[in-house]
Write a protein that binds this ligand. Structure first.
Ligand code: XBP
Ligand code: MG
Length: 264
């Protein structure tokens, strides 16, 4: 079946947002609230196994500050901290402090030019996606994506398949007509359980995770002067990821059979 749509994850995939973006905003919100919490880059890497900012805050408090986690107003505290963190993060993004990963802008433009449909499936808060796309692609950036599935629109965040299923429903497409692009094992588990062939582009936090069943694993999308780095799969002579290469990988995945797509 022909490739009709590409569904992108955001954090770690479109941009390296976590260490110098989300983490910084979480810490600033904690400091403002007078909490003695600080998430250094290494600790944050461990906390990323919990998807969702509110869920991550809750998990951290329960593990490292049980007195706070037992407060009667803990649920409101988490809500308040996260709202503030979202504001701090979107401000940071609006200042142009988080760029798209090399090659992403060019790839999105090429996909659009060839009439492929674009969508987003992410755990992050919708405001964050809006801010990132506007800051980097201009005010029309968010409209490049026909469907944006983000945050709490589904009850169960990645690695559950719900967000991908939600996006597929709204695209009106089956998984076999789409390709997912992810950066993490949690993301890959989510997309694979929704039945999608998935390209994985790693970053420092996700390198070394288990990407069994991904159609290809790359170190970056590649760009002029920054050749495509294949960690698994074949580049088919391409120096950077383009619509053609996505079509080839999508076809390869389906030739390999649907069984290869389900997460093991
Ligand atoms: C991203 C997340 C998010 C961000 C923080 O995962 O897990 O929680 O870290 O954003 P993925 P929020 O890339 O797999 O979608 O604080 O808005 O949740
Ligand atoms: Mg991600």
């Amino acid at each position: 079946m022909a490739l009709e749509a590409v569904i992108f994850d955001v954090d770690g995939t479109l941009a390296d947002t976590e260490r110098d973006g989300h983490r910084v905003a979480f810490n600033a919100a904690f400091a403002e609230a007078g909490l003695g919490w600080h998430w250094d880059a290494a600790l944050y890497g461990q906390l990323l196994s919990v998807t969702g900012g509110k869920e991550r805050i809750r998990h951290y408090a329960e593990r490292f500050d049980s007195a706070t986690a037992r407060r009667a107003d803990f649920a409101e505290l988490v809500q308040r901290l996260h709202q503030r963190k979202t504001r701090l993060y979107t401000d940071l993004v609006a200042q142009g402090r988080i760029a798209l990963r090399p090659g992403v802008g060019r790839l999105l433009e090429a996909l659009r030019a060839e009439g492929l449909r674009l969508a987003i499936a992410t755990t992050t808060t919708p405001d964050n996606v809006q801010a990132l796309l506007e800051a980097n692609l201009g005010p029309a950036g968010p409209a490049w994506f026909e469907v944006i599935g983000a945050g709490d629109v589904v009850g169960a965040k990645k690695p559950a398949p719900d967000i991908y299923t939600w996006v597929l429903d709204r695209l009106g497409l089956g998984p076999q007509a789409c390709l997912a692009v992810e950066d993490s094992e949690n993301g890959l588990r989510s997309s694979q359980q929704a039945g999608l062939a998935t390209l994985v582009v790693v970053n420092d936090y996700t390198l070394g995770q288990d990407f069994a069943g991904a159609v290809a694993v790359i170190g970056g999308f590649g760009a002029p002067g920054q050749p495509l780095q294949m960690l698994r799969g074949r580049a088919h002579g391409k120096r950077w990821v383009d619509p053609d290469l996505l079509r080839i990988w999508h076809a390869e995945a389906w030739r390999a059979g649907k069984d290869a797509l389900s997460y093991r």
